[in-house]
Design a protein around this ligand. Structure first.
Ligand SMILES: [Zn+2]
Ligand SMILES: [Zn+2]
Length: 147
């Protein structure tokens, strides 16, 4: 990517206390809800809203802390959060090199991103809601084949 022009961020966001701020220099490639047990634990809610962006389009200021865990797929996922207020912010998977997920609800304008799918819907809780208009996958959708 060229640095000859000063690009302005498409979206901005940050944690609750403001110690960690970020800017997205591109519109998320994909966004969706995940109902898996890990996202439940990490969000303290029925599901998490992830927006996926190329890593080089995410600019972070402030220090976040990472926690590594194993996903069902066998991939190692690193979830990063603000060490001061605990807000979960970013995720990286060993299965998706070069991509990072941003917790879309941490955006300053979360309504700027729309979910395109729901995954791990087999874990849907009886008190949570599943949007019937979204493509839903019981687990992870099949990955696009390598090009
Ligand atoms: Zn914070
Ligand atoms: Zn999940």
């Amino acid at each position: 990517m060229s640095n000859s022009t000063k690009a302005s961020p498409v979206l901005k966001g940050g944690c609750l206390c403001g110690a960690v701020r970020y800017e997205l220099m591109a519109t998320p490639a994909m966004a969706g809800f995940c109902y898996c047990e890990s996202c439940r634990k990490l969000s303290g809610s029925g599901h998490a809203f992830h927006a996926m962006v190329p890593e080089d389009t995410l600019k972070i200021t402030g220090d976040s802390r990472g926690f590594d865990w194993k996903a069902d797929s066998g991939n190692t996922v690193t979830t990063s959060f603000c060490p001061t207020c605990g807000s979960p912010l970013f995720g990286k998977s060993s299965g998706m090199p070069g991509m990072v997920t941003v917790r879309a609800a941490s955006l300053d304008d979360p309504s700027a991103v729309s979910p395109q799918m729901a995954v791990y819907t087999k874990r849907l809780l009886n008190w949570d809601h599943l949007d019937p208009t979204l493509p839903a996958f019981p687990e992870m959708p099949p990955m696009p084949s390598e090009r």
